[in-house]
Design a protein around this ligand. Structure first.
Ligand code: PGA
Length: 251
């Protein structure tokens, strides 16, 4: 399986011209890197860009709603994303949980709806600094996974991807060591094995995210046993992002 490197651009950059420029550079730089599957998740409006539509880079969205269509002002459905050539959608990112009050129940509906539309949900889980320091990390991950995947059968989870992102390590340069991350990556698979089967637990890609850069990327994948990375800040710098790709596949 190819290493999956997902760029989460979040609410950046502020113009289509800048976004196209960044996309073009990433596309050019990643062309020779065959062992990685590169996914770019730009803000919704940029998904329409012809440049992205004609590219070999896979497209993802940063969120979706759970209904297919209707009177839901401001929302975007998984079907719309699928029809725009998206293959992936990030669901349950900690910024959505924190700033927009997304609950495990909401995330569960979104995951179900994305799976139904044949999009691969990149389901984010992770503990806060306080939860970690109170020794509650496992409890948090277990609850997020169980609630997020509630009511979904094993034959319906095709395409599901887990992303372990310790909230305290996101966007601030605070590093979660690959050893600490690895333990939680394994633990997440254990939960999947208990909920579904050990076969699925082995098969499901688990990504790491949280202040990933070109210096630490390799360790999470090669030493930490992750199948790929979810990269925020560093994905906005084409050279740094390409370095991450190189370091991971050349290791
Ligand atoms: P970061 O963001 O790489 O800037 O920490 C990761 C994420 O939020 O997915």
């Amino acid at each position: 399986m190819k290493t999956l490197i997902v760029a989460n651009w979040k609410m950046n950059p502020s113009s289509l011209a800048e976004a196209n420029r960044l996309f073009g550079l990433v596309e050019k730089g990643s062309k020779k890197i065959k062992k990685a599957e590169v996914v770019v998740c730009p803000p919704f409006p940029y998904l329409l860009s012809m440049k992205y539509q004609a590219s070999s880079i896979k497209l993802g969205a940063q969120d979706c709603f759970w209904e297919e269509k209707g009177a839901f002002t401001g929302e975007v459905s998984p079907l719309m994303l699928k029809n725009l050539r998206c293959n992936y959608v990030i669901i349950g990112h900690s910024e959505r949980r924190n700033y927009f009050g997304e609950t495990d129940g909401v995330i569960n509906k979104k995951i179900k709806s994305a799976l139904q539309a044949k999009l691969s949900p990149i389901f984010c889980i992770g503990e806060t600094w306080q939860e970690r320091n109170k020794g509650k990390t496992r409890q948090v991950l277990k609850s997020q996974i169980e609630k997020g995947l509630s009511g979904i059968k094993e034959n319906e989870v095709n395409g599901l991807i887990l992303a372990y992102e310790p909230v305290w390590a996101i966007g601030n340069g605070k590093i979660c060591s690959f050893k600490e991350a690895q333990v939680m990556g394994f633990y997440s698979r254990e939960i999947i094995a208990r909920l579904f089967s050990s076969l699925l637990a082995k098969k499901i890609p688990v990504l790491y995210g949280g202040s990933v850069n070109s210096k630490n990327a390799r360790d999470y994948v090669r030493e930490g046993g992750f199948d790929g990375l979810l990269v925020g800040g560093a994905s906005l710098n084409d050279q740094e992002f390409i370095e991450i790709l190189r370091s991971v596949v050349n290791a």
